[in-house]
Design a protein around this ligand. Structure first.
Ligand code: B12
Ligand code: SF4
Length: 500
């Protein structure tokens, strides 16, 4: 750790105030602004970096998704996280602070993809994960020799200092307990950010199991959300993690691949440890689409068997689907939605294929002259930024909008919920799916009156086990404190069903 008295910025300003900023991905004025979506997770990456700073410094962490940024201050060091769709906003904030004499750092996914674009807006840029480069920068800064550019090559999570969760305003998020116990993924899908981001070193590595368990133990409450790209990516790690979590009384959500659900009994271990909902990358029902996307781990696997297995363990499914892969025709939307409803997928996340700079997909599309815009604000997987092979861009956009609308129609929510064998699973499916998409105005209200944390017990209750042999105590999770908010949501009458 670097102590504050060692550090002098630009050879003139002593380092006293540090500000970490996550600029908004989508502005609140945009038609796509969904307050609940942007109030789910706190800025974990920045809280991870903050752990390397001297705790005696004045440190603030601001997330523009949940608060208005205070821009009239003059911090000595500004650390900004750049994703593709907040890049222009991030550059604006960076320019603002540099004009005020702050030393500005830019890092994250987009800076790693396009360092030359980011560099003019920063004093120093960072390529790749920051766990090694950021502390190195702090040392160099203390020595008066900070570099313009740092590239990550050392890849380990060993000895990671505890994340500065105290800087996170927990009450502003529905899921303050987000956690990542690994980085990257063992697979190589051509549209994914990960090969580009982790170039120059290992692209999949995990924490030591005991460190991960200690991090979990530090988190208050019961609900956790693992943001790892692939929670089951290392079988031995996953198995040990879930065995260690058994008996902790946690309920959790995470993400994993199709093959890892079918492969062995890790999924049973996860369910026994408290896994209640899983994000699964089905992406497409077409095997040529899978081949084109380099998604070999899905090829030849029975998606129905994946659903059956998760269903039998009472695990809800958030299915991820991509539209616009080469070979997709205008029929793809109906086929996909029909299948998802028929098998009982709980929630679906649809994406328009998006070639992120730095991916193999982007390189191929650019070589074929198929990229139609480089306005990064449009790279949000809701807009068509390339020329699809078997339909027009307008058909793709219309089909994508239709898929969301159709999947979340009441009749389809009922039908998909009815696909489960157990009555309790049907009810949970219904509440989770309807709650996520059908009560938007109620979510807005709860966020506006800053009562989001009151809804956490309800989320935990909906995530209670379907199979009573998997022991956790959901009914107690629903306290009287939740009730005023539930009245606003107009679901009070239905509560007993959620916790039966
Ligand atoms: C949480 C999350 C969100 C949250 C984001 C807000 C938040 N609070 O972070 C929400 C739900 C809002 C979200 C939305 C979307 N997301 Co998202 N999300 C994630 C997720 C699952 C986890 C992020 C995380 O916490 N990672 C863990 C931390 C430790 O890592 P990190 O944040 O990357 O930070 C590290 C480094 O990047 C680096 N670093 C970062 N900043 C800086 C700055 C400096 C100075 C330094 C030194 C280092 C540094 O150091 C940190 C420690 O190593 C990632 C997947 C992933 N595994 O990262 C996808 C991911 C970031 N999302 C992605 C996408 C595509 C989206 C959506 C477009 C999807 C959609 N259609 O809805 C939307 C964006 C909407 C929009 N309008 O743009 C893509 C990004 C692609 C890209 N090239 O930008 C990812 C990578 C998923 C994927 N596999 O494709 N997302
Ligand atoms: S499985 Fe998921 S995280 Fe892994 S490379 Fe493919 S898209 Fe990326």
């Amino acid at each position: 750790m670097v102590l504050k008295e060692d550090v002098v910025i630009n050879n003139r300003r002593p380092l006293k105030q540090v500000k970490l900023i996550l600029p908004a991905l989508t502005e609140a004025t945009s038609p796509y602004w969904r307050p609940i979506k942007y109030s789910l997770f706190p800025p974990l990456g920045l809280a991870t970096l903050a752990a390397y700073l001297d705790p005696d410094l004045e440190i603030s962490l601001q997330d523009e998704h949940v608060e208005k940024l205070e821009l009239n201050d003059q911090p000595d060091l500004v650390v900004i996280q750049v994703y593709i769709t907040n890049a222009y906003r991030a550059y604006q904030i960076a320019d603002h602070y540099r004009a005020r004499g702050s030393y500005v750092l830019l890092g994250g996914l987009h800076v790693t993809s396009l360092p030359e674009e980011a560099a003019p807006h920063a004093d120093t840029i960072f390529i790749g994960p920051g766990e090694h480069t950021f502390p190195q920068f702090l040392k160099d800064l203390a020595a008066g020799t900070p570099r313009r550019r740092y590239e990550s090559s050392v890849r380990t999570l060993a000895g990671l200092p505890p994340i500065r969760r105290d800087l996170i305003q927990r009450q502003r998020y529905l899921v303050p307990n987000s956690i990542v116990v690994s980085r990257g993924c063992p697979h190589h899908c051509t549209f994914c950010y990960k090969d580009g981001f982790f170039a120059g070193g290992r692209s999949f590595y995990t924490q030591v199991v005991d460190d991960a368990l200690a991090e979990i133990a530090r988190l208050p409450g019961r609900h956790l959300y693992f943001l790892d790209d692939h929670l089951f990516g290392n079988v031995r790690f996953a198995r040990d993690l879930f065995r260690g979590m058994k008996g902790m009384g946690r309920v959790f959500q995470g993400a994993a691949t199709v093959d890892s659900i079918l492969r062995d009994d890790v999924i049973e271990e996860a369910a026994a440890a408290g896994l209640r909902s899983l994000f699964v990358g089905f992406e497409t029902l077409s095997s040529s689409g899978l081949e084109g996307a380099g998604k070999r781990q899905n090829l030849g696997r029975s998606y129905r068997e994946v659903v059956r297995r998760l269903d039998s363990l009472g695990i809800m499914i958030n299915g991820s689907f991509v539209f616009g892969l080469d070979g997709d025709d205008p029929d793809v939307f109906r086929r996909t939605v029909d299948w998802a409803v028929e098998v009982g997928i709980t929630t679906a996340t649809f994406h328009i294929l998006t070639p992120y700079p730095g991916t193999a997909l982007f390189t191929d599309m650019a070589a074929q002259n198929r990229i139609v815009t480089r306005n990064w604000d449009r790279y949000d997987t809701r807009n068509v930024v390339y020329r699809p092979s078997c339909m027009s861009p307008e058909e793709l956009k219309r089909g994508y909008d239709w898929a969301y609308e159709d999947f979340y129609r009441w009749t389809n929510i009922f039908q998909a919920a009815a696909a489960h064998n157990s009555v309790k699973h049907r009810l949970k499916h219904f509440f989770y799916s309807a709650g996520w998409k059908k009560f938007e105005r109620a979510w807005d209200l709860v966020i506006r009156v800053k009562q989001l944390s009151q809804l956490r017990p309800i989320l935990e209750a909906v995530l209670a086990p379907v199979n009573p042999t998997i022991a956790v105590h959901a009914p107690e999770a629903l306290t009287h404190r939740s009730l005023p908010v539930l009245n606003d949501l107009n679901v009070t009458k239905t509560l007993p069903a959620m916790t039966d």
